[in-house]
Design a protein around this ligand. Structure first.
Ligand SMILES: Nc1ncnc2c1ncn2[C@@H]1O[C@H](COP(=O)(O)OP(=O)(O)O)[C@@H](O)[C@H]1O
Ligand SMILES: [Mg+2]
Length: 270
């Protein structure tokens, strides 16, 4: 849990009665929860529970049928996210990664991060076209900031390589680097450990804890790797059929009868 006492118990994201259907299938069913400043909150549940759909709604990729989503950015007034476009939500300080890697595969690693960085700067499209002096200074800044982010994520050796040439775990780190380059206060990670081996997953959990502290992030994490979830989460929300069936700290969730029945089953999570 964060050591920043003043920020504890302050809600940064509030989801109320979120409901979304695909055809006749209710993927989210009156889902409500809150995310507190600088916590790591995990969203778990069986395949098809609605976890990714929840991220799609929060980040503006899918409009909910019902429900309200409010963001409370630090030092800014509350924003209603319903109806905003993904880039507008990103500009409010919400960044995400995707369940299946989405990089600009043929662009360089550095360029991938620069594209994340650009969203937070004032360079206008016209300025880029005219290439005036102010724009080139701004571009230089973006390049430097982006390279620094690569260094932080231990990816600088790959800066000029194309994104698709990276080893798998490094591509996953690059996605996080690109998300962080937008300077978010809220980071949504959709199965960041998917496809990683045990050692890579352990490196990732250490990295996430470090990044949370370093950038004072609030992290909303979808993850199937229960070892990782139980180790780094402050709280866990369990979804099943689009509904919240449990919510609490890891030690409570691992003993929750309905969670064990719906999800954990025989899985060893100690
Ligand atoms: N674009 C879509 N079109 C139709 N059905 C979808 C779509 N996306 C997700 N679903 C369905 O909605 C339910 C929730 O999916 P999803 O949010 O991806 O679950 P999770 O991420 O928890 O595995 C599933 O039954 C899935 O098949
Ligand atoms: Mg998913």
């Amino acid at each position: 849990m964060s050591e920043n006492y003043a920020s504890q118990d302050s809600t940064v994201l509030q989801v109320d009665q979120l409901t979304l259907e695909f055809g006749g299938l209710r993927a989210l069913d009156h889902l409500s929860f809150q995310v507190q400043s600088q916590e790591i909150l995990a969203l778990i549940g069986p395949n098809g529970a609605g976890k990714t759909t929840c991220f799609q709604c929060i980040t503006g990729f899918l409009p909910p049928k019902l429900g309200e989503i409010h963001l409370h950015p630090p030092h800014h007034q509350t924003q209603r996210l319903n109806g905003l476009k993904p880039y507008q939500i990103a500009q409010l300080g919400v960044a995400r990664t995707f369940q299946s890697i989405r990089l600009y595969e043929k662009q360089s690693v550095l360029e991938n991060v620069m594209m994340g960085r650009q969203i937070r700067t004032k360079t206008s499209t016209l300025g880029v076209l005219l290439r005036d002096r102010r724009t080139s200074v701004a571009e230089q800044q973006i390049r430097e900031d982006s390279f620094q982010m690569l260094q932080r994520m231990e990816l600088e050796q790959y800066a000029q390589a194309t994104a698709d040439s990276l080893p798998y775990a490094a591509q996953r780190r690059l996605e996080i680097a690109r998300a962080l380059a937008t300077d978010p206060f809220l980071l949504l990670l959709d199965e960041p450990a998917a496809g990683m081996n045990r050692q890579e997953t352990e490196e990732l959990d250490e990295l996430l804890v470090e990044l949370q502290k370093e950038f004072q992030l609030t992290i909303l994490l979808i993850e199937h790797d229960m070892r990782l979830v139980m180790k780094i989460s402050d709280r866990i929300i369990v979804l099943d059929h689009g509904r919240k069936i449990a919510e609490g700290p890891p030690q409570e969730i691992r003993q929750h009868p309905e969670v064990i029945r719906a999800y954990l089953g025989e899985q060893a999570i100690s």
